[in-house]
Design a protein around this ligand. Structure first.
Ligand code: UD1
Ligand code: MG
Length: 450
């Protein structure tokens, strides 16, 4: 059961709080992903404020959506969901705004569950302010949870707090939920009131603690969002380093999705990885690169300020600095894409080089091609896109326009400064520029004296 109906007013946002992202993924989606696959769990998602947005964003999880219009507390949320709960099951309650809860912690809770046990995830905090306090009897057994606003001055000194995450057997939960009242400081139905009921009925209440505090940290405002973002990023960075990647500074990497690295990759500072990015072995990524949904094979060097999106890069390639691979770029092994070169829907054959200041789009380029500085494939007439085909071993002189559709066959040579509009056959030399005229003894114009 994932609660996500709260208003989140401190976010000051037009978007539901739980849709704000950590590591590129909406918080509630992270919780859904963590819960997915937990002992065949049926997921229930309680939505209310901006519920349509949340429902829409989580469609692919096929969770049962429970509407909680006019939310009246965590107990009220579970009451609305009660009709959907299986008779003999167990309900694990999670929060959509507590995104970093670990699967292993939940599994530890599940391993303790049975029909007569309530499992609570609690933690001791130096500053317990704001949380529900765990009240224990003389024998040390949990007897109740009191909310901050309802607690006596003595109870406020308790530093063991309720994280909100709990596991309860449905048969009993149904009775407890019916018995909830809103007779408290906030006029809400507190889910936490079921603890005292359970204790009175002799139900065993066991507590489990998370491995790290961040697992149970909630996000109420953008400052906390940023804090958890850093926690998550550092966790990813540590995982990468443990799996054999060198990060020049683990504080200065941002992974918004999933980054997989082969052995001995070196990633310099301020790189951003989005979506699914896979680097082979010994790939070097220079500073300030942005890589999104791409694969890069072994021994390729990506120099500073390079951007790659929806593309595949082969082995032993050399990219940048300041290269831009737009969607559909496929680089064969040993290709070179240099500074201020943009590629889009372009296949670049093995060992081919586009080293400086070029645009190569809608192009199929063979192997061993050399494209001179300032070459442009003119692929667009304002309405339609056209293909440029360049055969193996072609040499394109600098400052050439290749007006597509056009084909340059293998081993042809294009003279610098050409505007190519017609096919060039194998091994031909094509000149398509104005002839140079020289005049002898040319006298420059002079200024007229007045
Ligand atoms: C709750 C707990 C408190 C615990 C704290 C941990 C209760 C009564 N108190 O307090 O013991 O220490 O969490 O953070 O449970 N929500 C709904 N519907 C509602 C109300 C809340 O879906 O009607 C959702 C919110 O979106 C949020 C979560 O439940 O994700 C917790 O609600 P919140 O109002 O933050 O509860 P707290 O007062 O913090
Ligand atoms: Mg809260």
């Amino acid at each position: 059961m994932i609660l996500a109906a709260g208003k989140g007013s401190r976010m000051k946002s037009a978007f539901s709080k739980v849709l704000h992202k950590i590591g590129g993924e909406a918080m509630v989606r992270r919780v859904l992903a963590t819960a997915t696959g937990l002992s065949n769990a049926q997921l229930h998602l309680v939505v209310g404020h901006q519920g349509e947005q949340v429902e829409q964003a989580c469609q692919d999880f096929s969770a049962n959506i429970v509407w909680q219009d006019n939310p009246q507390g965590t107990g009220d949320a579970l009451r609305r969901a009660a009709p959907f709960l299986s008779e003999n099951g167990t309900t694990l309650t999670l929060y959509g705004d507590v995104p970093l809860i670990q699967r292993s912690t939940l599994e530890r809770m599940l391993s303790l569950s049975n029909n007569n046990t309530l499992v609570l995830l609690t933690i001791k905090l130096d500053n317990p302010f704001g949380y529900g306090r765990i009240v224990r009897n003389a024998k040390g057994a949990v007897s109740a949870i009191v909310e901050q606003k309802d607690a006596s001055s003595e109870q406020l000194l308790i530093n063991e707090v309720n994280t909100g995450i709990l596991l309860a057997p449905n048969a009993k939960l149904q009775h407890w939920l019916k018995a909830l009242t809103n007779n408290n400081a906030q006029g809400e139905y507190y889910l936490t009131d079921i603890i005292a009921m359970a204790a009175e009925q002799g139900v065993e209440i066991v507590t489990v603690h998370p491995e790290q505090e961040s697992e149970v940290s909630g996000v109420n405002d953008r400052v906390q969002l940023a804090t958890l973002e850093r926690v998550w990023q550092l966790q990813q960075a540590e995982q990468l380093m443990r799996s054999g990647a060198t990060l020049m500074d683990p504080q200065r990497i941002d992974i918004r999705g999933k980054l997989t690295t082969g052995q001995d990759c070196i990633i310099d500072v301020n790189c951003v990885f989005e979506g699914a990015v896979t680097l082979g072995e010994n790939v070097q990524v220079g500073p300030n690169c942005v890589l999104k949904n791409c694969t890069v094979a072994d021994n390729t060097a990506i120099k500073a300020n390079t951007m790659i999106e929806d593309s595949q890069v082969g082995a032993h390639c050399d990219l940048g600095p300041f290269a831009r691979l737009r969607p559909g770029s496929v680089l064969s092994n040993k290709a070179k894409i240099g500074n201020f070169v943009e590629t889009k829907k372009a296949f670049i054959g093995e060992g081919s080089k586009v080293n400086h200041l070029s645009y190569v789009g809608d192009t199929h380029m063979g192997a061993g091609v050399n494209v001179g500085a300032g070459t442009i494939t003119c692929n667009y007439d304002g309405v339609n896109k056209f293909q440029t085909i360049i055969g193996d071993g072609v040499f394109v002189g600098s400052n050439t326009s290749l007006v597509a559709p056009v084909e340059i066959k293998a081993d042809a040579t294009i003279a610098a400064g050409s505007t190519i509009t017609k096919a060039v056959a194998e091994k031909q030399l094509a000149f398509a520029r104005a002839k140079q005229t020289n005049k002898d003894g040319w006298a420059r114009p002079t200024k007229q004296e007045k």
